[in-house]
Design a protein around this ligand. Structure first.
Ligand code: PEP
Length: 281
């Protein structure tokens, strides 16, 4: 079975509710215009928690969630708390994300790691909380430029994966598609400097090898591994065509609905090309 590509938009600290609504007004018709088949490809938008809650509320008010509201299934959280609940001002718990009916949360993004002190151990706690609540972590891993230049890329990523996953092996193996990995070289995020597609594929293959060690072959083969780092319409097809790359986590280029849908369309095209030339998984 081929892995279903997952293209996720990380809006970071952008888009008010008003801006998000205008985005959606353009995004939904653009998906139709580009003939995106949402049964073949999964698309997520991750706004801030505040806007996320409001958009879910809007979907509920329209009554569309009663039949499994496809739009609600397209929303994801950018982060969640390492603690289940309690005196943690400003945090949002995994249970709250799950209670909104959301299936995914980005965890361990390099901006959380470098700017907000999310260590590997904290990332591991967040992964655990997400899985307990039934939310699939999109676990971000990746090396800095310094680490790449020192030849430490694989070792750094192996360590990040091991710490994040070790205490959640049972929960990951118990759930279908319970985990997504995003390989995001830190030096490629928001810089316009994309990782070479062949090298990104090599690293994603290395990640799958590590997942085989940590989780076993069956889970490793079904786990989706995204690439993130300056993905744009111009480079998306080449990246998405790589056998080990199962989608993208997109920052800057996801802020414009037309450009984001072009990336989704490239992933759909890549899926068709991969089907003509399948690689055993
Ligand atoms: C990101 O923030 O996860 C990201 C990949 O950003 P950008 O696409 O802007 O590099």
């Amino acid at each position: 079975m081929p892995r279903k590509p997952l293209i996720a938009a990380n809006w970071k600290l952008a888009k008010t509710l008003t801006e998000a609504k205008s985005y959606l007004d353009a995004f939904k018709p653009e998906l139709s215009a580009q003939q995106i088949d949402l049964s073949q490809i999964e698309v997520l938008l991750a706004p801030t928690s505040l806007v996320l809650g409001a958009l879910v509320g809007q979907a509920m008010a329209s009554g569309a969630e009663a039949d499994g509201c496809p739009f609600k299934r397209m929303l994801a959280a950018q982060n969640l708390a390492a603690q289940p609940e309690g005196a943690y001002t400003g945090e949002v718990s995994a249970k709250m994300v799950a209670d909104l009916g959301l299936g995914y949360a980005i965890i361990g993004h390099s901006e959380r790691r470098s700017l907000f002190g999310d260590t590997d151990d904290i990332v591991a706690e967040k992964v655990k909380r997400a899985l307990e609540a039934g939310v699939a972590p999109i676990l971000c891993v990746g090396e800095t430029l310094e680490q790449r230049e020192a030849g430490q890329t694989d070792a750094v990523i192996r360590q990040q994966l091991k710490i994040a996953i070790n205490s959640s092996v049972e929960a990951i193996n118990a759930g279908k598609n319970a985990l997504v990995i995003a390989y995001e070289p830190v030096w490629a995020i928001g810089t316009g400097q994309t990782c070479d597609a062949i090298e990104a594929d090599r690293v994603c293959g290395m990640i799958r090898g590590e997942l085989t060690q940590l989780l076993g072959e069956a889970t490793a083969n079904t786990t989706r591994i995204q690439y993130g780092g300056s993905v744009k319409p111009e480079n998306a097809l080449e990246l998405m065509q790589q056998p080990e790359i199962d989608g993208a986590l997109v920052g800057g280029a996801s802020l414009d609905p037309v450009s984001f849908v072009k990336i989704v369309a490239a992933a759909q095209q890549a899926l068709a090309l991969k089907a003509q030339c399948p690689v055993a998984v």
